[in-house]
Design a protein around this ligand. Sequence first.
Ligand SMILES: CC(C)(COP(=O)(O)OP(=O)(O)OC[C@H]1O[C@@H](n2cnc3c(N)ncnc32)[C@H](O)[C@@H]1OP(=O)(O)O)[C@@H](O)C(=O)NCCC(=O)NCCS
Length: 226
Amino acid sequence: MNQSPSSDVWKSVNSNSSNGVIKKSDQFLFRPEKEPIYTPGMSAQPLPLPLQTARLTLRLPRPEDAEDLLAYYSRADVARYLLEEPWTPDYAREQLGKRVARTGLDSETRALALVWEQAGRVIGDLGLWLTDQRGEVAEVGWVMHPDYSGRGMATEAVRPVLDAAFEVYGVHRITAQMDARNVASARLCERLGMQREAHLRQDCWSKGEWTDTLIYGMLAADRAKT
Ligand SMILES: CC(C)(COP(=O)(O)OP(=O)(O)OC[C@H]1O[C@@H](n2cnc3c(N)ncnc32)[C@H](O)[C@@H]1OP(=O)(O)O)[C@@H](O)C(=O)NCCC(=O)NCCS
């Protein structure tokens, strides 16, 4: 089974199950290695990294970030609405190994992984990945250390990445999907200006139960209106 390169943590609408094992259908459409990337609206300029916000630096992940990510991904409260169980040190290294290849929607992986740092410590991370063949529909997901929550930092980190998705990568639409009980994540979508488009009832078997999924979306045209 092909695994989605970036939706391995975040809930995917196409998730399904069998015998309690989560399987994700192949939402990614892998390009043959030599085929040029076809993304009609993509800028000729690469995404300028790192991205700097008032409080945060967003950069590509490095293998040595495993320890900082483990500090929050190993927590039960963080994993509660993720598809994965709390991380172990080995799993953290494995994940970082995958994420370092996700250098942009224009890369072979068709995905961008970023971590955000405050005072030299990685306190959160996000993934942005293409879900269609044209390269104009993307999905986004995020996780942050609970010690830093409630201060608008996730909002501050994700906002410039949505900007980059539309302005640098020329995407037409971005979605975010989450367990319907994940109120903090839904509120983050709303702060970012995404619209709640669907509430799917018990569409995903996760951690021993059928769970509902919320889908939020934002179009390039929505941004033009604001
Ligand atoms: C989803 C998640 C990143 C949201 O974190 P968060 O702390 O709620 O989000 P922010 O950092 O943007 O902070 C927003 C909160 O800070 C407050 N805040 C304070 N200053 C703020 C500012 N300058 N700007 C925006 N919000 C601010 C907001 O009012 C909001 O609080 P509220 O929800 O009580 O209204 C976090 O809950 C998380 O990592 N969860 C575990 C992993 C997970 O489930 N990921 C999603 C999978 S789909």
